[in-house]
Design a protein around this ligand. Structure first.
Ligand code: A1EG2
Ligand code: FE2
Length: 313
């Protein structure tokens, strides 16, 4: 088996809020599972589809996709802060292949990736300086959004590139499922927020701390039933997981940005990373989801899903 997949939610609140013990234990067991899965698969390379939350990508230049040739962590919420082990030559060849399939992508020789992209690898491998990784940004917060069918085709192109590779490749998707954390949106932003969304790189320590405190306070209120963010939507989450399990990745095409905003929250778009990862794996062959964990967890502001998938023999 040359390709495998881990698609999982992330939340910077893992270390900052306190769900009931049984919930924490269940999440920890899911993390143990993905760690064991990755260890067993023993990838030569990870292709990491990750979102960003205005730490690395801003409205000064917002691409739908970006392949990182070289990358570093932004360290927000104490996430990976420093260089990332990217095989530049392989990333260059991958981007050329994607473009040759008529799918345009941005590239970066200095891509900045935030908690949303790095958290699964921190959990699974203990850092981003171990297994070589090609980080791929999939815009999941900043309108305008590409159609989900485009994300599927992008993922498919990535998968095709690795289909006959002699390397063992693990596709990771990070984010989702339904959730609506307090990330400003350009359409409703104040003047100050607009400035941040457009040009907010390298915040002062005070600005970063204030942003993080706001997220943590919102999560605590949300768990107490007092926050004015959208509720989680377990039904929507379960339906999305069913599409993942069906193996019919064209099923993702029915999702639209407006509907997702309306029923699953403004950060539900992070499932685009799952769409890319599942479509990449599907391009390598028929797959089966061999592990699924799901729980709506208000303390983490996340419909929290963890899945692994392998190719059918
Ligand atoms: O402050 C931010 O940028 C949002 C943090 C955040 C919170 C809950 C779930 C997430 O997926 C997430 O990213
Ligand atoms: Fe996120």
């Amino acid at each position: 088996m040359q390709q495998a997949l881990i698609a999982m939610s992330h939340s910077p609140l893992l270390e900052h809020t306190n769900p009931p013990e049984d919930v924490k234990a269940a999440v920890e067991a899911a993390f143990d599972h993905v760690r064991a899965f990755a260890k067993d698969f023993n990838p030569d390379l990870v292709v990491n589809f990750g979102p960003d939350h205005y730490n690395g990508f801003f409205y000064d230049l917002m691409p739908p996709f970006c392949v990182g040739y070289e990358a570093l962590g932004t360290g927000d919420y104490d996430s990976w802060d420093g260089p990332i082990n990217v095989p530049t030559n392989e990333a260059e060849k991958l981007a050329q292949y994607i473009i040759d399939q008529d799918i345009d992508t941005a590239i970066s020789r200095k891509m900045e990736v935030d908690h949303g992209a790095v958290q699964p690898m921190e959990i699974i491998f203990g850092g981003l300086d171990t297994v070589p990784v090609i980080p791929i940004f999939v815009n999941s917060v900043a309108r305008p959004f590409t159609k989900v069918s485009r994300v599927r085709k992008f993922g498919q192109a990535v998968g095709e590139y690795f289909k006959d590779s002699d390397k063992k490749v693990l596709f990771i998707g990070s984010g989702g499922l339904s959730h609506d954390p307090p990330v400003p949106q350009i359409a409703t932003a104040t003047e100050e927020q607009r400035a941040f969304l457009t040009d907010g790189r390298k915040p002062t320590p005070e600005a970063r701390a204030a942003r993080q405190a706001n997220t943590i306070n919102t999560a605590i209120k949300f768990a107490a039933g007092e926050a004015d963010i959208m509720d989680l939507n377990p039904e929507w989450d379960r339906a999305f997981l069913e599409v993942c399990k069906s193996g019919n990745v064209e099923g993702f095409d029915a999702y639209t940005a407006d509907e997702m905003d309306a029923v699953a929250g403004h950060s539900s778009h992070e499932v685009r990373t799952w769409v890319a990862a599942y479509s990449a794996l599907r391009a390598c062959g028929e797959y089966e989801v061999d592990y699924e964990f799901y729980k709506p967890i208000k303390e983490y502001i996340a419909g929290f899903g963890v899945t692994t998938a392998v190719l059918k023999k």
